[in-house]
Design a binder for this molecule. Structure first.
Ligand SMILES: [Zn+2]
Ligand SMILES: [Zn+2]
Length: 244
């Protein structure tokens, strides 16, 4: 091997050894974000928390049928919806980076939530809003929700429009369940021993109160069993961004 070849290999090693993150310093995310156990990486850079996820649910689903994960993750539908019908889609491996404000703040414009991911659950699966394609009601889509109330899009993005029951069963329905893109946390339907409904919440589907994770109080969303489930009339705060 000649000197040039050594030089080329050495340069390659140096380049691949460099971080692909921007110049800004990367620091460890506060504890509350470490609860996002489905993330492949969570870190703070500048004023944002970056949450990376492949979006694959950690629970079983009928929508793992025929995928590379089927042998361990496929499970026939065994929920209670007698109108259940499987949609033609399957779960796929995604490459999400949710970039959410580290210090969320209210935005008087209350930007509408988009179709597609509007936030991330603790298992790395995205939350979607209360609408189907074309901003239609979820009425028909609900019948294709699997045992744990999720389903995939035609692009294989598995997601939750309503309560992620695997999380509320394993973590608790009075606990932190995720974050929306505006950085405000999302909790289950129970608070201080009471089940909340949309009537207990503001137009954006939240309120300000102390929580276990934020004893000094913070605006937070609650996932209720009634429509609009997770979010109401748009983001409470200034939304971050998603790359996928
Ligand atoms: Zn959907
Ligand atoms: Zn609350």
């Amino acid at each position: 091997m000649n000197g040039l070849a050594y030089l080329t290999i050495g340069l390659g090693l140096i380049l691949t050894g460099c971080s692909d993150k921007e110049d800004e310093e990367t620091t460890e995310a506060p504890d509350v974000y470490q609860k996002i156990y489905g993330a492949s990486d969570v870190y703070v850079q500048g004023d944002y928390v970056y949450i990376k996820s492949n979006g694959l649910p950690d629970h079983k689903s009928v929508y793992y049928e025929g995928t590379q994960w089927a042998s361990t993750k496929y499970q026939a539908y065994n929920g209670t919806n007698t109108n259940f019908h499987q949609n033609p889609n399957v779960i796929g491996d995604m490459s999400y980076t949710f970039k959410i404000p580290l210090s969320p703040s209210v935005d008087a414009n209350h930007e509408s939530t988009p179709l597609g991911p509007i936030g991330v659950a603790l298992n790395g699966v995205p939350f979607f809003n209360q609408y189907a394609a074309g901003n239609a009601a979820l009425t028909d889509e609900i019948n294709s929700f699997d045992t744990y109330y999720g389903h995939p899009t035609g692009g294989s993005q598995y997601h939750y429009h309503i309560e992620p029951t695997y999380l509320t069963e394993t973590i608790g329905n009075d606990e932190l369940l995720g974050f929306l893109l505006d950085g405000f946390p999302v909790y289950g339907s129970m608070e201080n021993g009471t089940e909340l409904t949309s009537d207990d919440l503001d137009a954006y589907h939240g309120h300000t109160d102390a929580t276990t994770d934020y004893p000094d109080g913070i605006y937070h969303y609650h996932i209720t069993s009634d429509d609009p489930y997770i979010n109401g009339a748009g983001f409470y705060g200034s939304a971050g961004t998603l790359t996928q």
